[in-house]
Design a protein around this ligand. Structure first.
Ligand code: LLP
Length: 389
């Protein structure tokens, strides 16, 4: 991804900065099209993973819809050009104002997460003289294999409506004049690499569909959420996730009814590998038992290691000081006054010196969007591959 010529062009830029490889993004989108959209699946991009305009425009151009979790994300999606009829709106705590934004734009679906939310939506839709299309987000009680902070489908998680609440709620919705129940929605977690979790989800959905059949409720769509993981340990070898196998999992296991549409909400798997955080080594210092490389990016630019103990690959961009062949172990740390501001510990790298550039990889999802100005730090700039052509 980083050849010498490109790295040379990085040298005079102020670090840290985000770098997006738009060509890789487009190749990833082609794969989503080939194995997903061309099979008739509707893929929404989860804006929460990345809401950068350039990225969103490429995603829109590839024909994906949007998955939003706030009123502002709905407005952003519309500003970029996504059709309201392609926007799903999820979230366990939607405010009245946010619901009204969705109503005003007549979005594809409100994915409702509680009985109270359904009731509120009916009331607000009636006030505004609208009929809202809704999908019930169901908590399927499936424990996906992932970090506990990003598992969302298990019984202890705050997300979704309980299975036991469904029959009564479905009857209630029939009586609501301003709601149309069009689908059911699930999202069991993020960074899921073991596809067995999705097999389990499909089996659960098959069971639940029977309940709706018995009630003679025809669901126009099933939304299985997102969550497909990426390879953080080898972003070059596996730059494009194996969408073929991922989509096949649903094709094989899910029993869709006639004309029922299958929707996905993918975030990380689409944008994760196209982003890197480029940073400069400020200091090398010895610890009692370790060697620190203090870099100028911190948890303010990429909070994933601090929050989820995520391990991003770090490449030495051998720029100013061609390094020796010697491999040394580093704790690569940021400048923020927190011990959690650590990207890697005991990480083998060619010898680093002050001024060297490093690339922290696989930062395209939940990187820039989760950055902050903690310590009153300046927001990192952003560059795209075509800025350097
Ligand atoms: N749909 C819903 C309802 C979601 O909550 C999420 C992500 C997605 C779709 C997209 O999931 P993806 O395909 O990106 O896995 N900040 C964390 C990840 C949080 C995910 C939140 N929900 C991280 O950096 O790992």
């Amino acid at each position: 991804m980083f050849n010498k010529e490109l790295v040379r062009k990085f040298i005079n830029r102020k670090t840290p900065f985000y770098y997006y490889d738009l060509e890789l993004l487009d190749r990833t989108l082609e794969s989503v099209k080939k194995y997903g959209q061309d099979k008739g699946y509707h893929i929404h991009f989860a804006l929460k993973a990345n809401n950068n305009d350039r990225i969103l425009k490429n995603i829109l151009a590839a024909g994906l819809g949007a998955d939003c979790v706030s009123g502002k994300e709905i407005e952003k999606a519309i500003e970029i050009g996504f059709q309201p009829g392609q926007i799903a709106f999820a979230g366990v705590g939607k405010t009245d104002e946010e619901i009204e934004i969705g109503l005003e734009h007549d979005i594809f679906s409100f994915n409702c997460e509680s009985v109270q939310e359904v009731e509120l939506l009916n009331r607000l839709a009636s006030v505004h003289n609208k009929t809202a299309r809704i999908a019930l987000r169901i908590n399927p009680n499936i424990k996906a294999k992932t970090h506990k902070y990003i598992a969302t489908g298990a019984e202890e998680n705050k997300f979704g409506i309980l299975v036991k609440e469904l029959p009564e709620l479905a009857d209630k919705i029939r009586r609501f004049e301003n709601l149309e129940l069009t689908g059911i929605h699930f999202h069991i977690g993020s960074q899921i690499e073991d596809l067995n979790s999705f097999d389990a989800l499909c089996n659960k959905i098959n069971q639940l569909q029977s309940m709706f059949d018995e009630k003679e409720i025809r669901l126009q769509h099933i939304n299985v959420g997102g969550g497909f993981g990426i390879d953080y340990s080898d972003p070059d070898e596996n730059a494009i996730p194996d969408f073929k196998t991922y989509f096949q999992t649903f094709d094989k296991n899910l029993k869709l009814r006639d004309n029922q549409k299958l929707h996905f909400e993918l975030g990380r798997s689409i944008v994760g590998q196209c982003g890197s955080l480029i940073s400069k080594v400020l200091f090398i210092k010895e610890g009692y038992h370790t060697r620190f490389a203090v870099v100028d990016a911190g948890m303010t630019e990429l909070i994933r290691p601090a929050l989820y103990q995520a391990k991003h690959q770090i490449n030495h961009l051998d720029n100013l000081n061609p390094s020796s062949d010697e491999i040394l172990l580093y704790d690569v740390v940021g400048p923020i006054c927190e011990t959690s501001d650590t990207f890697r510990t005991g990480y083998p790298m060619p010898e680093l010196r002050r001024g060297d550039l490093v690339a922290i990889r696989s930062c395209g999802a939940y990187g820039q969007v989760m950055s902050s100005d903690y310590n009153l730090r300046e927001r990192a700039k952003v560059f795209y591959s075509d800025d350097f052509e």
